[in-house]
Design a binder for this molecule. Structure first.
Ligand code: GDP
Ligand code: MG
Length: 311
């Protein structure tokens, strides 16, 4: 089959194959990405992050249904080893997710977390492009935690939703710095639990301390994902942020920065590969020998290698 043509038509099988190619770095992955690139840039990408068990997958499921009822098609990429999408969940979650996979307007895919973290964020961004080209209006990226790798992954997002729950205790201190950086919208999920007020105040206080360059004050919405409560309000806050991004032109800025970063990273990888190939010769071995025997120093060695490679 012509995978690109089928993909552009929204075929689930073609989307699935393209993401598999991207994930495993198959030979045709780059060609597919090149061909679909002109058809990307239309989807709105929403990153969802937060501690394990916070209810991200449950919320993603409910958010998806809300967006569907608003007439939008949805793609979901779960980069979460414990996600129901990737098979780590209890039966109830699975059944709910299966409901979504029956919907023609929804595509769900989990990404294996093997391989380097840097590679992971690139592959996630590439999977987003596949879903984008396939015509999905809204794309969710669900990722667990707020470490550096997750921050890199959600950089592919136009709006980032941070999901927190009451009763995290001191954990909130640990994730504070990370969430301040990336949260455009906050959900206090499991609002049926004690400690909601306290968490709400804590987040507000952190936001007060934040000296972001933008005027946007992240909205905090209380949700009970398992009971579909607060979901309409949460979608409204996401949409409000999206409208703000468009109105201020920040979306172009964010996307430009992302494209720039993407090109630089790829260039970096290409140069490294080129250098490794160029440098792996007997002259290099001899130089290393000289340096290790103190007949030469590493600084001069690098200079002469560079002079050779760049001439
Ligand atoms: N009490 C309560 N439980 C919830 C709520 N939202 C999700 N859960 C449950 O919390 C558990 C973890 O949810 P999950 O969506 O897998 O969390 P994730 O790891 O962040 O993706 C599941 O058993 C959900 O049914 C909520 O608002 N209140
Ligand atoms: Mg999950």
């Amino acid at each position: 089959m012509d995978i690109v043509a089928e993909l552009l038509n929204g075929s689930k099988l073609a989307i699935s194959r393209a993401i598999t190619a991207v994930e495993n770095e198959y030979g045709d992955a780059v060609e597919i990405l090149q061909k679909i690139y002109p058809h990307t840039g239309r989807a709105y990408v929403i990153g969802i992050t937060g501690p394990p068990g916070a209810g991200k997958s449950t919320l993603t499921d409910k958010l998806t249904k809300e967006y569907r009822s608003r007439g939008k098609t949805v793609g979901i990429i779960a980069v979460d080893p414990s996600s129901p999408f990737s098979g780590g969940a209890i039966l109830g979650d699975r059944i709910r997710m299966n409901e979504l996979t029956m919907d023609e307007g929804v595509f769900i895919r989990s990404m294996a977390t093997r391989g380097s973290l840097g590679g992971m964020s690139r592959k996630t961004a590439e999977a987003v492009k596949v879903l984008d080209a396939a015509g999905k209006d809204i794309i969710f990226i669900e990722t667990v935690g707020v470490g550096q790798s997750e921050v890199d992954i959600v950089k592919a997002a136009d709006t980032t939703l941070v999901v927190l729950v009451p009763g995290l205790g001191d954990d909130i201190q640990a994730i504070k710095a990370g969430i301040l950086e990336i949260g455009d919208v906050f959900a206090i999920n499991k609002a049926d639990r004690d400690g909601v007020e306290r968490l709400h105040i804590e987040i507000e206080m952190m936001l007060d301390l934040d000296q972001n360059e933008t005027e946007w004050r992240p909205k905090i919405t209380r949700t009970i994902a398992s009971q579909n409560q607060g979901v309409v309000e949460l979608v409204d806050s996401i949409e409000e942020h999206a409208a703000y991004m468009v109105k201020t032109g920040l979306i172009q800025k964010r996307r430009f920065a992302r494209t720039r970063n993407e090109i630089l990273t790829m260039l970096d990888e290409a140069i490294q590969a080129y250098l490794k190939k160029k440098v792996a010769n007997s002259r290099f071995e001899a130089l290393t020998e000289e340096v290790s025997q103190r007949k030469n120093d590493p600084y001069s060695a690098v200079k002469s290698i560079l002079a050779e490679v760049l001439k």
